[in-house]
Design a binder for this molecule. Structure first.
Ligand code: NAD
Length: 322
């Protein structure tokens, strides 16, 4: 059976597929015509960021499973897959820790003005440390976590380790589960008003697009640090820019953007109260290995040995009923 890998993945997963006697087709040119000509006889696809729309998928005559190397799947036409009873898998177990650590890094770097301290020291300003702006502790601060799934929970655990008060908004998770994780369930507006930190861990969809925009920024505390590692578009970028430029919030950290990559002359590049990373919060070496192995196992076990498959990784399990 043939597996196409769209984009680079860690060798550990590829080695596993080879050991299971799959034929591998590596594809790095995502142009539609190239995808169509290379995918027609493929049984399974492992995909990073390429787009798989219905046009392309309809030419995949043998396709049985698409496996995302990651947990978001907004680049794959799920409706089409459901219609054709093709499975869609994610690497649900792999990246929560990596993203949660990235958020903690952003919170610490921004709270403690690390870049300004580093620049001052390198510029022989050691004795001018009193000139640095105030910086802060996480200790006893309030964080609002939006979305209490895999990453939200992993972040909560780490924030509790810093003795933070962890407030959670997730209308799809019951309050008992939030409380049993030593966190406080809150309503959205209440959370917005009390938060010193907000971190976003929910999917981008019609109801979460622009979840944080001009109106929400008007409710936040001036010392707020806002982190988005979920998906660009959940925070309105124009509203965020204005809030940062006018110092209506303290700082922000973004790993994801409305348009990726952001434009060469993004307004954010002119600000010194924002920390930007290139959508790499889940790309630690450990996480890349885990995602590679988990995505390859999803495909291999689905095609050959469903009893070993982690069925909770199959997004459309209820549509397929196997
Ligand atoms: P998950 O599915 O485990 O959790 C998402 C949670 O959001 C669920 O508990 C759900 O109930 C909740 N939710 C959904 N809609 C909501 C709403 N309107 N308000 C509040 N809560 C809502 O997902 P996850 O693995 O924790 O991932 C979270 C997000 O992080 C996803 O958007 C994913 O695409 C993104 N992500 C980004 C990276 C990266 O590289 N930056 C890596 C992994 C995941």
């Amino acid at each position: 059976m043939k597996i196409a890998i769209l984009g680079e993945i860690h060798n550990d997963g590829i080695d596993f597929l080879i050991s299971e006697n799959f034929e591998i087709v590596s594809i790095n040119n995502y142009e539609k015509s190239n995808l169509i000509s290379n995918l027609s006889e493929i049984d399974g696809i492992i995909i990073r960021t390429a787009n798989l729309n219905a046009d392309i998928l309809s030419k995949c005559n043998e396709l049985k499973i698409v496996a995302r190397h990651g947990v978001g799947y907004d680049n794959v036409d799920l409706k089409y897959l459901n219609e054709k009873k093709i499975a869609l898998a994610i690497t649900g177990q792999s990246n929560a820790v990596s993203v949660a650590e990235h958020v903690i890094t952003m919170m610490l770097v921004l709270s403690k003005n690390i870049f300004a301290s580093d620049s001052l020291t390198r510029a022989n300003g050691f004795d001018k440390k009193g000139s640095l702006p105030d910086f802060f502790e996480l200790y006893q601060k309030k964080i609002l976590i939006l979305g209490f799934g895999r990453i939200g929970k992993a972040l909560a655990k780490r924030c509790l380790g810093f003795d933070m008060e962890v407030n959670v908004y997730d209308p799809f998770v019951n309050n008992e589960s939030i409380i049993s994780n030593n966190c406080k369930p809150v309503e959205l507006i209440e959370g917005f008003k009390i938060a010193d930190y907000i971190s976003i861990h929910l999917p981008l969809n019609d109801s979460t697009k622009n979840l944080i925009s001009y109106n929400e920024f008007s409710m936040f505390k001036k010392n707020l640090i806002l982190i988005n590692t979920a998906r660009g578009g959940i925070v309105n970028e124009n509203a965020l820019y204005e809030a940062l430029f006018n110092k209506n919030i303290f700082a922000a950290g973004l790993d994801v953007f409305e348009k990726e990559p952001p434009s060469e002359n993004s307004k954010f590049f002119t600000l010194n109260n924002i920390l930007l990373t290139p959508h790499n919060s889940a790309l630690t070496i450990e996480c890349r290995k885990r995602m590679s192995i988990e995505s390859c196992k999803n495909v291999a076990f689905f095609l050959k040995n469903k009893s070993d498959l982690n069925k909770s990784n199959i997004i459309n399990f209820n549509e397929l009923k196997f």
